[in-house]
Write a protein that binds this ligand. Structure first.
Ligand code: IPE
Ligand code: IPE
Ligand code: MG
Length: 256
């Protein structure tokens, strides 16, 4: 154990502190199947999924991870039955209201990313309140992707950059990766190191399409409401065994 790992709460002894991911993202999939297996309505799976997210956020915070990004609602999820969409929007609003004080106390900086203008107004107000009250927090950066689509994110960045070119503030040959990243929702967040997907689907479902370029991907069959601390621990052990070559023949640094 290193001195720093002793400072972190309940840090698993088999993890290496110097190989922890800085930024973890999660596709929280399988709520509906979890409920169906138990003969419950799908919404019960969503409700239970909130507990799994709270556990994950706490682990990330306790174990020194700088940023957690969670996929809560995709631009494609509007195609679900109206009752389910309505339930989810109300659930997000209620959870935000319930959890805000604790997030402030725990120094969490909460953010939302996606096309937020299309969300119900009452939810937008809660989002603005939560982001405003936690923006100066210095702890973990917790981003909830809501009405988020990776293609939509890239398009909005293109539009913003095109506008700068049109105004004459930018030359096309000045557009490089670093400038482009400044126009993504994840600007200012560390590179995405680890993408986790629950419930076994082998796809990214329009999540973080740009950012995933060299992320490690971990997929588990566990359904999201059953994704507990042990499962996250397993994902981290697996991540630390990966050889991240970034297209080269050796890892740039075993310290990552
Ligand atoms: C993920 O669980 C939550 C959201 C997409 C909001 P699902 O609702 O997709 O659950 P499955 O995939 O149908 O089991
Ligand atoms: C991805 O899950 C979106 C979220 C977890 C919010 P979906 O259930 O919507 O994805 P598909 O339909 O299996 O690709
Ligand atoms: Mg699903």
């Amino acid at each position: 154990m290193t001195a720093k790992s002793i400072l972190l709460k309940d840090f698993p002894a088999d993890l290496r502190i110097d190989r922890m991911p800085k930024h973890v993202a999660v596709i929280m999939d399988g709520n509906g199947r979890w409920a169906k297996q138990r003969g419950l309505p799908r919404i019960m799976g969503h409700r239970k999924g909130v507990d799994a997210l709270k556990t994950l956020l706490r682990c990330c915070r306790d174990w020194g991870i700088e940023a957690l990004t969670a996929y809560a609602f995709s631009t494609e999820n509007w195609g679900r039955p109206l009752e389910e969409v309505d339930f989810l929007m109300t659930l997000f609003e209620r959870i935000l209201r319930q959890e805000l004080e604790e997030m402030i106390e725990e120094n969490v900086q909460i953010q939302f990313m996606g096309n937020l203008a299309a969300l119900p107004e009452s939810l937008r107000l809660e989002i603005d309140r939560a982001m405003g009250k936690t923006q100066s927090n210095q702890g973990i950066k917790f981003t909830v992707a809501t009405n988020y689509g990776g293609r939509q994110e890239i398009l909005q960045a293109c539009r913003a950059i095109a506008l700068q070119v049109q105004k004459g503030n930018l030359q096309p040959d000045e557009i490089d990766e670093s400038l482009f990243e400044q126009h993504l929702y994840t600007a200012g967040t560390p590179e995405l190191d680890l993408l986790i997907r629950s419930s076994g689907e082998m796809r990214v479902s329009n999540f973080l399409l740009w950012q995933v370029a060299y992320s490690e991907i971990y997929i588990t069959d566990t359904l999201w409401p059953d994704f507990h601390r042990d499962e996250f621990h397993r994902a981290l052990v697996n991540y630390q065994q990966r050889d991240r070559r970034f297209g080269k023949l050796e890892s740039p640094s075993t310290k990552r």
